[in-house]
Design a protein around this ligand. Structure first.
Ligand code: NAD
Length: 335
């Protein structure tokens, strides 16, 4: 069967990346089932079928993968920004272990042809990320293992499990390691949001000349990938024959202080930063080495932070105006 006529399952389709991926797959002509414990927050899903299922339960994983599904993008996970993933190690590790072990086996039992697991740069060894001017991380830098407690250990284990399924059963698995994905329609408030969305919200809520809180000393560095690039990479990896873990991110880093300055300049505001050293800041520096990504996919993310943040910031601003938290006149004036 031609790829585009296949039936595809996206788990985590009520979440940020999953929602964008469903739209992309629909545009490409696939029949798509979305599954999540919640509906997408900001607009309806484009999926042909959307089912509310808790994928920690084995029976629900069997239901999700039923009916001639050819490909599974397994994006469902209990996750959030650094504050969230460092606060509940046991719950996150247990919930995600249940989702990933059950989804993998249910997909195999139901005759799925390809299974893509969404891993994370949080699998990388902490001892290689102690410097803000970090050496970009190659895929082999996940070992000897010293990943992020809880969330990172579970991702690393699930990566191995995918590889065991290929080794023992010839089950086709793909493993992607995302580096900080951001964009419109992502959580920007409530405790699960990540740095670009959290900072955009704070900047939008601040008055020009005011002050915003930043977690840590702001010298920590990261690379950030716009969600359209993320989705493009996912589709390309699924179509490839590559079964080992692969980075998917941008390979240019920025400090959190400079990220604030960039977002403030998009907003047209002058702001002072107040550093909150009591809050978690994660590893000191993290960047993606894209050598393998370029070799395997013949492609890498190309949307710059300036381009992606301009769209993301404006979307968050409009959402805040819609919620009555900032004046809609200010939003219109800025556009
Ligand atoms: P997200 O939180 O927006 O989406 C995850 C979705 O999984 C949520 O909608 C959530 O409701 C759903 N989910 C959680 N528990 C579930 C359960 N028991 N049953 C069914 N659904 C459940 O996160 P995202 O940013 O879209 O991330 C998607 C995937 O990418 C996740 O696996 C995440 O770990 C991984 N990832 C994301 C990033 C990033 O920067 N966004 C970075 C590294 C890895």
């Amino acid at each position: 069967m031609e790829r585009q006529h296949r039936r595809v399952l996206v788990t985590g389709a009520g979440g940020f990346i999953g929602h964008h991926l469903v739209k992309r797959l629909k545009n490409d002509g696939y029949w798509v089932r979305g599954v999540d414990v919640k509906l997408p927050e900001y607009e309806p899903s484009a999926a042909d079928e959307f089912e509310l299922l808790d994928l920690r339960a084995w029976d629900n994983c069997l239901l999700a993968t039923r009916g001639d599904i050819a490909e599974v993008y397994n994006l469902a996970a209990d996750m959030g920004g650094i504050g969230y993933i460092t606060a509940s190690l046991a719950d996150i590790a247990r919930n995600n272990t249940l989702i990933n072990t059950h989804m993998l086996e249910a997909a195999r039992a139901n005759g799925v042809q390809r299974f893509l697991f969404s891993s994370s740069a949080c699998v990388y060894a902490g001892y290689k990320q102690k410097d803000a001017d970090v050496t970009p991380l190659k895929e082999e830098d996940a070992y000897p293992a010293d990943p992020e407690p809880g969330y990172g250990w579970e991702k690393l284990y699930a990566e191995q499990l995918c590889q065991y399924y290929w080794h023992d059963f010839g089950f086709e698995t793909r493993i992607v390691r995302f580096h900080n994905v951001y964009g419109p329609l992502g959580t920007y408030d409530g405790g699960k949001e990540k740095a670009p969305a959290a900072i955009s919200r704070k900047v939008a809520l601040a008055r020009d000349g005011g002050e915003i809180d930043v977690w840590g000393d702001g010298l920590q560095t990261r690379s950030f990938m716009y969600v359209d690039d993320c989705v493009e990479g996912l589709v390309r990896l699924m179509a490839s024959d590559f079964r080992d873990p692969l980075n998917l991110g941008r390979d240019d880093i920025i400090s959190v202080n400079d990220l604030v300055k960039l977002i403030a300049s998009i907003a047209g505001k002058q702001l002072r930063i107040r550093h909150d050293l009591a809050k978690p800041q994660g590893v000191r520096g993290r960047n993606s080495d894209n050598t393998l990504l370029r070799n395997v996919l013949g492609w890498e993310p190309s949307i710059t932070l300036e381009q992606g943040l301009a769209v993301t910031y404006r979307w968050i601003e409009v959402e805040l105006a819609r919620a009555g938290r900032i004046s809609s006149r200010a939003v219109v004036a800025a556009q």
